[in-house]
Design a protein around this ligand. Structure first.
Ligand code: ADP
Ligand code: MG
Length: 323
């Protein structure tokens, strides 16, 4: 098992006037080469900021203040901007939530995929044109030879996401970061895009970080998973274990709020994610936790390995079971 990416004690803060907003506060995880690592949590928990930190494309107010992002043995935080440009789209590519907004409206999709190829690979114009058609075929675009001339607005959301995936695959990256790639799409299209990502992973062995608020998607595509809350990991393990033996009350809450069969009631997690400026002392989930005891409010529990490869940030992890 080779580690492709190792994020170590990452801290990314936003500076917006009154004090830093600690969006990511001590995040660590390893991605094993050839696997899909899922990052899951409610909106605002820091999933996208994690992706933007890895790609080093944070908005101006955001800064990674400490930590390491070791990719293929090198710390990405030590790279120059020029070096990062070679890595983005070449070694690591990203797929975003809004496929239409991520494409340039004034260029054809063929042109945009070709640009992605030519900016990283030394191939002839003719070869790159051929590759564009192959890529579009691989992502399931019907009549790719004709569709290369389409502009983004001529395609559906699902087709635009296929184009984005083709662009992400253009330079055969070692890592694809997919940030809620199906959230903006209809359910049936969602399933098709997930199938496509699974196929890519099987056929090309590309490693992936799958970011989602939906544990159902984790179940379908991820090998291992980290559950995030307020910019930290609260539980991480392999996908089977997270469903069979979840131990953090937040993970249990997410599982209980998953839609089940007809007639069964959804149980939402009470309350809201606290604002980064209003985090409680001690365990950050203590304000919403039904297992909370006094001790939880005094100091933040560390991530503890309760079983091989199963890490939980909860002092009561040993006694908690999902009913
Ligand atoms: N541009 C920004 N300016 C200030 N704070 C931001 C900005 N983007 C994100 N944040 C902060 O980072 C937190 C995590 O955001 P994000 O990673 O986008 O969450 P999500 O898990 O929904 O992707 C937000 O709750 C917010 O407090
Ligand atoms: Mg997000």
């Amino acid at each position: 098992m080779e580690t492709l990416l190792s994020v170590q004690d990452l801290k990314t803060y936003f500076y917006t006037g009154d004090g830093p907003i600690k969006a990511i506060d001590g995040l660590s995880f390893d991605l094993i080469k050839g696997t899909v690592f899922g990052l899951v949590g409610e909106s605002g928990c820091g999933k996208s900021v994690t992706a933007l930190s890895i790609m080093r494309i944070l908005p101006p107010a955001g800064k990674t203040v400490s930590g390491k992002i070791i990719f293929k043995g090198d710390d990405l935080l030590g790279k120059t901007e020029v070096e990062m440009r070679g890595i983005r789209g070449g070694e690591i590519s990203m797929i975003f939530q809004e496929p239409i907004a991520s494409l340039n409206p004034i260029f054809t999709i063929g042109y945009q995929i070709e640009e992605a190829i030519l900016s990283h690979l030394k191939v002839s114009k003719r070869e790159s044109k051929k590759r564009v058609v192959e890529l579009l075929k691989a992502v399931g675009m019907p009549s790719p030879e004709i569709r290369v001339k389409d502009y983004p607005h001529q395609l559906s959301g699902g087709m635009c996401q296929r184009v984005m995936i083709a662009m992400a695959m253009a330079c055969e990256p070692s890592l694809i970061i997919a940030d809620e790639p199906t959230t903006a799409l209809d359910v049936t299209i969602q399933a098709q895009i997930l199938d496509l990502l699974r196929k890519i992973r099987e056929e090309s062995g590309t490693s992936m970080i799958m970011i989602t608020h939906d544990l159902g998607i984790i179940a379908e595509v991820a090998d291992s998973v980290a559950v995030m809350y307020t910019g930290r990991i609260v539980e991480s393990t392999d996908t089977k274990t997270i469903f069979r033996d979840p131990r953090h009350p937040y993970t249990i809450g997410l599982l209980d709020s998953l839609p089940k069969g007809k007639g069964e009631k959804l149980v939402a997690i009470p309350g809201m994610v606290p604002k980064p400026s209003e985090l409680p002392e001690g365990c950050k989930f203590s304000t919403r936790c039904r297992y909370v005891i006094e001790e939880c409010q005094s100091s933040e529990p560390p991530l503890k390995e309760i079983d091989t490869g199963h890490w939980v940030r909860c002092i009561r992890a040993g006694e908690i079971k999902r009913l």
